[in-house]
Design a protein around this ligand. Structure first.
Ligand code: ZN
Length: 420
C-alpha cells in the first residue's frame, strides 16, 4: 500500500496567505489566499492552498508540527537586498553635526565620514566584526528578514576586504539568515591612494577581484558610481573585470547626481541598480528593457533629509521591478528595520502597500537572482515564511515602528518566536 506523504510542518487558517505567486491571481497582485494553508516537507514548500482542502490530506511526520494562524497574515520571509552589514564603530556624532547644519565635506574635514568607518573596521579583528554583525542579523530576524545581501567596502585593502568577506562566510555558516555576499572594494578610494587613484584601480582589478573570485568569497561585484567615488569609465572597468571572474554586477547609481549610472547598469546587464534618486527617464527605460531591478533605499533619503526621491512610480509604470532595502550603514542609514522602509516607501515614494510587499519579497529575490528559490510561497521553493499578528496586508506598512512578527520560519524551521 502506498503511504501518504508525511509533512514536517503545516501552517493553516491564515486569514490572508500572501503567496506572491502568479498562480493565485487576485486584484492585489499578491496572490492572496483567504483562509490559506502551507505544507512544508524537508525545508521546502510542498503544497499551498485553502485550509479546507488540506484537512486530513497530509499526515504529519513524527516530529511534525501544525501552526494555527487564525486571524493572522502569513507571507514569505522578507529580503533585504542592500546592506553594508560588516563595519565597526558608529557615527552618532556626525548625525548630530548634520542636524546642526554641517555639510558632508565639513564633517569629512573633521575626520568623520566613510573613512572614519574604514579606519575603525581595519582596526577590528575578525571576531569583533563577527560579533557586531551577528547582533545586527539578530535584530533583522526579529523584523522578519530571512535573506540579506551584504557588501564589503569598509576595508579597502586586500587584507581587510578579505577579512570582511570571511566574516560573511562565517555568518552564513552559523546564522539562520541567508547571506548573499557582494564585493564592494570600489566603495571609495582609500586615503593612502587619494593622490594616485589609478593605482587603486589596478589593485581592485588586478589583485582584489581575482583573489575574491578565487576564494569564492563573493557572488556579486558592486561599485559606487558617482562623481565623488568612481567615474562611469572606472565603474564599467570594475564591473566588466568582475564579470570576467564570475562576479555578477550590481551598481550604486545616480544617488547624488545624474551620472548615467542607470544606463551603465543596463549596458553591463547588472542584476540591480541601487539608489537611483537622479536616474534619468532614459536610464529607467533602458533598465526596463534589460530587466535590471531597481533597489530603492528610502532610509538614506530619510536619514540625510534629502528632498530628491527616485521616480518610483515611473519605474513601475515602465515595467521595472522595484525593490526596497535598508542600506544599513553607519553613515547614511543606521537601521536594521526593513518594515520601516516599507512604510517610508509608501509615504515618501508613494508606493502602495502591495507594492512595498512585492519590493521586499519577490523583487528583492530578483535583485540577487534568487527568484526561483525564495521570495514567494510556491511549491518547491525554500520554506522561508512569516506569521504576522496583523489582520490584513495593508496593516503591515500602516502600523509602523512596532514589530508584528510572531514567527519566522527558515527552511521550514522556527528560528524566531515572539516572546509571549
Ligand atoms: Zn549602499
Amino acid at each position: 500500500m502506498i503511504q501518504p506523504t508525511q509533512i514536517d510542518l503545516i501552517v493553516k487558517n491564515a486569514r490572508e496567505l500572501l503567496t506572491l505567486s502568479s498562480s493565485f491571481k487576485d486584484e492585489s497582485g499578491l496572490g492572496i489566499i483567504q483562509n490559506g494553508a502551507v505544507a512544508v516537507k524537508k525545508g521546502r514548500i510542498f503544497w499551498v492552498g485553502k485550509t479546507e482542502e488540506i484537512s486530513g490530506k497530509f499526515p504529519l511526520s513524527r516530529d511534525g508540527r501544525e501552526m494555527d494562524a487564525t486571524g493572522k497574515v502569513a507571507m514569505p520571509g522578507l529580503i533585504d537586498a542592500h546592506t553594508h552589514l560588516i563595519f565597526a564603530g558608529s557615527r552618532e556624532n556626525e548625525f548630530e553635526q548634520r542636524i546642526q547644519g554641517l555639510s558632508y565635506q565639513e564633517i569629512a574635514g573633521r575626520g568623520g565620514g566613510i573613512l572614519s568607518t574604514v579606519e575603525a573596521t581595519r582596526h577590528s579583528s575578525f571576531d569583533e566584526l563577527l560579533s557586531l554583525a551577528k547582533r545586527r542579523l539578530d535584530r533583522m530576524l526579529v523584523k522578519g528578514v530571512t535573506t540579506v545581501e551584504a557588501k564589503s567596502g569598509y576595508g579597502l585593502s586586500l587584507q581587510d576586504e578579505i577579512k570582511i568577506l570571511r566574516v560573511m562566510k562565517a555568518l552564513q555558516e552559523s546564522h539562520p539568515i541567508d547571506l548573499v555576499p557582494t564585493f564592494l572594494g570600489a566603495h571609495t578610494v582609500p586615503k593612502e591612494f587619494r593622490g594616485d587613484r589609478a593605482r587603486y584601480m589596478d589593485l581592485l582589478t588586478e589583485e582584489m577581484i581575482p583573489k575574491v573570485a578565487q576564494e569564492r568569497l563573493a557572488e556579486f561585484c558592486d561599485v559606487f558610481c558617482e562623481e565623488k567615488a568612481f567615474t562611469l569609465e572606472e565603474s564599467k572597468k570594475i564591473l566588466e573585470t568582475g564579470k570576467r571572474y564570475g562576479l555578477k554586477p550590481k551598481i550604486h547609481a545616480d544617488q547624488l547626481s545624474s551620472g548615467g549610472g542607470a544606463e551603465l547598469a543596463a549596458e553591463v546587464l547588472a542584476y540591480s541598480a541601487d539608489h537611483l534618486e537622479y536616474a534619468s527617464p532614459e536610464g529607467i527605460r533602458k533598465m526596463a528593457e534589460k530587466g535590471v531591478t531597481a533597489v530603492l533605499l528610502p532610509g538614506a533619503s530619510f536619514f540625510l533629509s534629502t528632498k530628491r526621491y527616485p521616480l518610483a512610480r515611473e519605474m513601475i509604470e515602465r515595467g521595472v521591478a522595484v525593490s526596497l532595502a535598508t542600506d544599513l550603514n553607519p553613515g547614511s542609514s543606521m537601521t536594521e528595520s526593513l518594515p520601516m522602509m516599507m512604510t517610508m516607501g509608501c509615504t515618501m515614494y508613494k508606493l502602495l502597500p502591495k507594492e512595498v510587499i512585492q519590493a521586499t519579497t519577490i523583487h528583492g529575490a530578483r535583485s540577487m537572482g534568487r527568484e526561483k528559490e525564495i521570495g514567494s510561497l510556491e511549491v518547491g521553493k525554500q520554506a522561508d515564511l512569516l506569521v504576522l499578528d496583523i489582520p490584513n496586508y495593508r496593516y503591515l506598512p500602516y502600523h509602523f515602528g512596532v514589530d508584528h512578527v510572531e514567527y519566522v520560519l527558515k527552511k521550514g524551521k522556527i528560528v524566531y518566536q515572539r516572546p509571549t
